[in-house]
Design a protein around this ligand. Structure first.
Ligand SMILES: C[S@@+](CC[C@H](N)C(=O)[O-])C[C@H]1O[C@@H](n2cnc3c(N)ncnc32)[C@H](O)[C@@H]1O
Length: 185
């Protein structure tokens, strides 16, 4: 299983406009993310998805972008400011191992975990944290890249999610990945 954290400079490749041809953030997110929702982009990097999330939730709402790399988040904030989303997007740098995101408890209607879980050593804790961040009935879109996350590893992550209390709503078809929609009951 791949556990290396994506280096900060790869963040520039992740926001490259050509990626939209494969994974269009608006097409992926707009069925679930609506105006007035609060959202979390967990492992946001430089915000390939975060800016679209801000556009979809609207001016009076928040998108919390969480990452362990300061350089990813500072670049994301520059992009958010340039696009006029600086009041909607709030970055959160994970500094301590035992963070638990108490300030976000039961806050989010929607969370995105896209191409991140395979970089996190304690995936059981990762899904517990996401479960706590979401409101009851909140949705988690979980996706992993199919090239370096094999089916068994994806299913193992999914088993941690189920153990935490998530239920699977549906399997999603997103190019380049294995993806599911989970719900906090
Ligand atoms: C491959 S990138 C994916 C970025 C983004 N979700 C996307 O699809 O463009 C993975 C990101 O997750 C972040 N990450 C890794 N482990 C993390 C953790 N424990 N908590 C928060 N972010 C983490 C990395 O720093 C990196 O920015």
């Amino acid at each position: 299983m791949w556990l290396r954290v994506c280096p900060w400079w790869l963040g520039y490749f992740l926001i490259c406009p050509y990626r939209k041809k494969l994974q269009d953030p608006e097409a992926i997110l707009s069925p679930y993310l609506k105006p007035g929702m609060k959202a979390v982009d967990f492992g946001s990097a430089m915000g390939f998805f975060s800016l679209t999330m801000a556009k979809l939730v609207g001016d009076s709402e928040k998108v919390y972008c969480i990452d362990i790399q300061k350089r990813m988040l500072s670049r994301l904030m520059k992009r958010a400011t340039k696009s006029g989303f600086e009041k909607i997007i709030e970055t959160k740098l994970v500094e301590k191992k035992e963070n638990n995101f108490v300030d976000l408890k039961n806050t989010a209607d929607f969370a995105l975990l896209f191409a991140v879980a395979h970089e996190v050593p304690d995936r059981e804790m990762l899904f517990k944290d996401l479960y706590n961040i979401l409101k009851s009935g909140g949705i988690l879109l979980f996706s992993e890249p199919s090239d370096h996350v094999k089916k068994e590893a994806f299913e193992k992550s999914l088993s941690f999610a189920m153990k935490t209390g998530f239920s699977q709503k549906e399997e999603l078809t997103i190019k380049g990945g294995r993806s599911v929609l989970l719900e906090k009951k």
